[in-house]
Ligand binder design. Structure first.
Ligand SMILES: *Cc1c(COP(=O)(O)O)cnc(C)c1O
Length: 360
């Protein structure tokens, strides 16, 4: 029995994709072995997994010709280091928008490599809103402006693309990539750990504007240089072939659902159902400025922490998994990525109503 999995990550994978993997596990592509057991340099892998995965991602996000896609082993937090290591150097600085737990962590890591500056910080209002752009302190000579498009822990999401003039935007889209279409040409570098809205953990996708790919000025391991991934088409070392295979199947699945327009429509509807209910129920609360509420991670609170805890226990018994909020913010969190069907959200709504009736 599969449950509705509201985990923030590693998160639910579409059931149809898992069934396909199961079916192909012993004999992929008539090779008499699984996709995990084949060479990452052989034509079977390249022609049937690697190239289609890149092509389908390009199609989904409408990625322009002057961008490259890299498949990098590791998580989003590797990029917290990789970006400053590649972009900083003597007399070079970068700007960071601090809007929640993940952008704070990105900033802390970047600080170790050079001159990084805080352009804005919303910690004074508990990360519940995005500071007005007119208050940001932007350095026009920064190498990049870093921000996190969707703060997974805080449930806070940008509703627009920040404007930084000629300064390239470096954005962490780990928890909302592929949730809707985006204008890739507005970014210098987009990265996303796969385990939220793409596939298994251990793979990060980077989409980078070609002119930004340069040899790193700082001493940098080969595998931490974007140029290595560009020069070797993400095959300098053995990539996470299983995660790339499975992610490729997820890309195919999204295309079959109708692409990102369809995903966006469904995601908006799912999130609206939950927020509307939270707002009208005199029991649950959400503190995020409605303009910046995440459509992927819905954070909410019962009237007391004790009730939050009870909610977690009872919902798990009802087949609704991983609704506990992040330890740093408490409460509850429903992560409703692409793979969460609308029926899952409806089941959660029903549970929320029952729980309220019981304990209000
Ligand atoms: C989960 C998450 C991360 C951390 O990813 P790891 O793969 O664990 O390094 C970073 N940024 C955001 C926005 C996330 O949601």
């Amino acid at each position: 029995m599969r449950v509705f999995n509201f985990s923030p990550g590693p998160a639910a994978i579409p059931t149809a994709v898992l069934e396909r993997v199961q079916q192909e596990m012993l004999d992929w592509n008539h090779m008499g072995m699984s996709a995990i057991e084949i060479s990452h340099r052989g034509r079977h892998y390249l022609e049937n997994i690697f190239e289609p995965a890149k092509a389908n991602l390009k199609k989904l996000l409408n990625i322009p010709e002057n961008y490259r896609i890299f498949f990098i082993t590791g998580g989003a937090q590797h990029q917290f280091a990789m970006i400053p290591i590649n972009f900083l150097g003597v007399n070079k600085s970068a700007d960071y928008l601090l809007t929640g737990i993940w952008s704070q962590k990105a900033y802390q890591e970047a600080q170790r490599y050079g001159d990084v500056r805080i352009a804005a910080d919303n910690s004074a209002n508990k990360c519940t809103t995005i500071p007005e752009p007119s208050t940001w302190i932007l350095n026009p000579r920064a190498q990049y402006l870093h921000y996190v498009d969707n703060e997974t822990v805080n449930g806070l999401e940008f509703s627009y693309i920040p404007e930084a003039g000629e300064v390239p935007l470096a954005v962490d889209m780990s928890s909302n990539i592929l949730s809707r279409s985006i204008d890739v040409s507005r970014y210098g570098l987009i990265y996303a750990g796969a385990q939220k809205n793409i596939g298994p953990a251990g793979l990060t996708i980077v989409i980078m504007r070609e002119d930004l790919i340069k040899p790193a000025e700082l001493l940098t391991p080969f595998l931490y240089q974007y140029k290595t991934y560009a020069d070797h088409d993400s095959l300098y070392n053995t990539p996470n072939t299983f995660a790339i295979y499975l992610s490729g199947l997820v890309f195919e699945w999204i295309l079959a659902q109708g692409g990102l327009e369809k995903m966006a429509e469904l995601n908006k509807r799912k999130a609206k159902k939950l927020y509307d209910y939270i707002d009208q129920a005199d029991f649950y609360t959400n503190h995020v400025n409605p303009r910046y509420r995440s459509i992927m991670n819905i954070v909410f609170y019962c009237p007391t922490p004790e009730l939050d805890q009870l909610f977690v226990e009872e919902s798990a018994k009802a087949g609704l998994a991983y609704l506990k909020g992040h330890r740093l913010v408490g409460g509850l969190r429903a992560s409703i990525y692409n793979a969460m069907p609308e029926e899952g959200v409806d089941a959660l709504l029903n549970f929320m109503q029952d729980f309220q009736r019981k304990y209000a």
